[in-house]
Design a protein. Structure first.
Length: 178
């Protein structure tokens, strides 16, 4: 991180860590999954074990993010690849507390914090409410709709369809904020 930050000069670098639910889902299932039935079942069948695992994952994610911020990253992001498999009630009860815990490891550093998840359009408000400065939006939800759902309370980041990514060897021209 320090080497990359030094090479980038004034260009900001976002540090990121897998969010606790995504990390715990990999630990329960041992591989990517379409429905994340293992961790979702554990939440309800054995909530005590789920909470212990989610808290462990939160501490690991938070410490990893803290190391990146202390090494010079300009902002920190929790990246929740699998939270889109959850309904709002399960996210709020079983996942949001762990995401908050992960972010508690870095709040004192004062860096902007981002929470991003794929397929999480129904969870955006709950994701914001874990205490982030910016909410990441995947490509499936138009930014104006994300902004409406969040009441214009936070900046939005992302919303780029992966199929539109620049090809190898090419880069995008910087865009200004609007």
């Amino acid at each position: 991180m320090r080497l990359t930050v030094a090479e980038l000069g004034t260009t900001p670098l976002i540090g990121f860590a897998g969010a606790p639910f995504t990390l715990a889902a990999y630990m329960v299932e041992g591989k990517p999954s379409r429905d994340h039935l293992g961790p979702r079942t554990m939440m309800h069948a054995d909530p005590e074990t789920w909470t212990a695992l989610a808290n462990w994952a939160a501490d690991a994610s938070g410490m990893f993010l803290r190391a990146q911020l202390e090494a010079g990253a300009s902002a920190g992001q929790l990246f929740d690849s699998w939270a889109g498999s959850l309904g709002l009630a399960d996210y709020a009860k079983y996942v949001a507390p762990a995401s908050t815990r992960a972010l508690d490891h870095v709040r004192h550093l004062g860096a902007p914090l981002v929470h991003f998840g794929t397929g999480t359009s129904e969870l955006l408000v709950a994701m914001r409410d874990v205490g982030v400065d910016v909410v990441g939006v995947d490509y499936r939800l138009p930014l104006d709709e994300a902004n409406r759902r969040l009441g214009g309370t936070v900046p939005l980041q992302g919303n780029i369809d992966p199929r539109c990514s620049p090809r190898r060897g090419r880069s995008w021209k910087p865009m200004s904020a609007r």
